[in-house]
Design a binder for this molecule. Structure first.
Ligand code: GUN
Length: 289
């Protein structure tokens, strides 16, 4: 038996297709959704993510205001740019690609974005509203995971979801969203302080790997028949590739697919969903929802 591979690439394309239709409706009313994408520095992974986001913006018919800044940009200069974008009525969403260079305080930057333009859902106002179940921009990767589960008709009600990783971008918000009434999973969150992680992961009906280390989730850590969602994107050296590396997840995919019932691949799993949900949030920002 081999698991069903969840085709995040296709599901994301469907989401983008629905967004594109609504963008063309909005354009008929004279509104062109616009996302400002700010990249500070030249981290290769960040460049690749930002390029992917900008490509998707063009594909769904949105405008991309691309802002590239050198790695030694002063924090105050970045804050000033965000202020200008907050006041610019033609800009509906603002995204600052993380991580930022060490000398810039990420928290301060996130706090500077108008919550109504915070399509990443990182501002404490949006995080707070998400926690208490009020309307907010949902963070793109966790939201994308929920859409994958829904589109694959994977039951969540009363299921045990185990999230490995407690980052502000993925693990923490995902654990909250999975426990929301409409999803209704029982959630365990594992992190670097957890003793014997495998003991927990083996109880998971839905296992979410959001660690950021290649292959840390091995097949023996997975309950037979579980759904495995791999959020990890790790670059490992590969001399057969022109780039000199290839992307792998946190899960030992080849072994895990023999145990799981559903599994996301890396690439073409969760990654495209993050971008698709960003398109959806930007559309909603332009719709004034
Ligand atoms: N870095 C890694 N993931 C993300 C994301 O979803 N948004 C932003 N802005 N930066 C990231």
């Amino acid at each position: 038996m081999s698991a069903t591979i969840i085709d995040g690439f296709q599901i994301a394309a469907n989401v983008r297709g629905r967004v594109a239709k609504q963008v063309s409706e909005l354009k008929k009313k004279g509104i062109c959704p616009c996302l400002a994408v700010i990249l500070v520095g030249e981290d290769p992974a960040s460049i690749s993510y930002v390029t992917g986001k900008e490509k998707a913006l063009a594909e769904v018919g949105m405008t991309d205001k691309s802002i590239r800044l050198p790695a030694d940009t002063k924090e105050q200069d970045l804050l000033n740019i965000i202020d200008e974008l907050n006041d610019d009525k033609t800009v509906h969403g603002i995204l600052v690609q993380l991580p930022l260079p060490k000398h810039i305080n990420e928290e301060k930057v996130i706090m500077a974005i108008n919550p109504e333009k915070d399509v990443d859902g990182f501002h404490p106002i949006n995080v707070g509203n998400m926690v208490i179940g009020k309307k907010s921009y949902l963070p793109c990767t966790p939201h994308g995971v929920l859409v994958l589960l829904r589109e694959m008709n994977i039951p969540t009600n009363g299921m045990h979801a185990v999230v490995v990783g407690r980052s502000n971008i993925v693990g923490k918000p995902l654990s909250i969203l999975l426990s929301r009434k409409d999803i209704n999973a029982t959630v365990t969150i594992c992190h670097t302080g957890t003793k014997n992680i495998a003991e927990h992961t083996r109880q998971a009906d839905i296992l979410i790997a959001a660690v950021g280390k290649a292959g840390v989730i091995t097949a023996d850590m997975i309950k037979p028949g579980a759904t495995v969602i791999d959020v990890g994107v790790n670059r490992i050296p590969d001399s057969t590739k022109k780039s000199g590396f290839r992307l792998v997840g946190d899960v030992d995919f080849e072994a895990a697919k023999k145990v799981a019932s559903f599994i996301t691949p890396v690439p073409r799993g969760v990654g495209p969903m993050t971008i698709a949900m960003l398109m959806q949030n930007t559309l909603e920002a332009a719709q004034g929802k």
